[in-house]
Design a protein around this ligand. Structure first.
Ligand code: ADP
Ligand code: MG
Length: 232
């Protein structure tokens, strides 16, 4: 049996926040492997450290100690510019809300990662419109983020996170501000697009329903990984 390539590896990641004379340990000794094409759910209560972990894993934040390796590169060794380059190329990110740039149209938002990667605007917009069709938003392409619903904005954000075919796509509570029906739609689209691009997917949620369908469910309590369940 061939082993799948490990895209992301966290080893003993610790993150402390110091303010004045108090220290909050948001993450303690978190270790985690994500393989190519694997779908991972990180579940835990509010305040358990999920966003801190996602931020450390995606290079938005730096751990106090421990190592994060993305595509065999130790993130601690990268300069800010190298980190920004790696993030732009290999990491997609969907947040809970306010994902889209308000001064760009929906199609321009989705095209942005391609343009930043050097693609010509016209080609990037063509590709963005294809992606929008895949998430059922072709009719919204020319509109502004303020003109679309919350569910539509999140679907566009998923399209944007996937468009440049990064190695790993994070979603931090992507349905947290949506009603049940829209949340379900966004979840399905996230699964579908991640599977289509062949990327690894990492969804962060306090909702066990959202973790359904993941290959791996990682449970975090008080900043610690307490279980990692891998589907057979
Ligand atoms: P979750 O995403 O699971 O709700 P977070 O990762 O946001 O949890 O937070 C985990 C813990 O770390 C909480 O106690 C939170 O207050 C603390 N925390 C997160 N970010 C900061 C920060 N920038 N400064 C101080 N404490 C923080
Ligand atoms: Mg959070």
């Amino acid at each position: 049996m061939t082993e799948k390539k490990i895209v992301l590896r966290a080893k003993n990641v610790q993150r402390e926040f110091v303010s004045g004379d108090t220290t909050v340990t948001a993450l303690r000794n978190c270790s985690l492997d994500v393989s190519a094409g694997e779908f991972v759910a990180i579940v835990g209560k509010s305040g358990s450290g999920k966003s801190t972990l996602a931020n450390c894993l995606s290079g938005l934040d730096r751990p106090t100690s421990g190592t994060v390796t993305l595509l065999d590169r130790d993130l601690a060794t990268l300069s800010e510019a190298e980190m920004a380059g790696l993030r732009a190329k290999e990491i997609g990110f969907v947040l809970q809300k306010d994902n889209l740039i308000p001064s760009l149209t929906i199609e321009e938002n989705v095209a942005a990662p391609l343009v930043m990667g050097g693609m010509k605007l016209s080609a990037a917009l063509d590709r963005a419109r294809d992606m929008l069709a895949e998430v059922g938003l072709q009719h919204r392409a020319g509109q502004w983020p303020s003109q679309v619903s919350g569910g539509e904005a999140q679907r566009a954000a998923v399209a944007r996170a996937c468009v440049a075919e990064p190695a790993i796509i994070f979603a931090d509570e992507p349905t947290g501000s949506l009603d049940e029906e829209n949340g379900k739609q966004v979840q399905e689209i996230f699964h579908k697009l991640v599977a289509t691009t062949g990327a690894a997917g990492l969804i962060i949620t306090h909702d066990m329903d959202l973790a359904a369908g993941a290959d791996v469910v990682v449970t975090i309590v008080d900043g610690q990984v307490v279980s990692t369940e891998r589907k057979a």
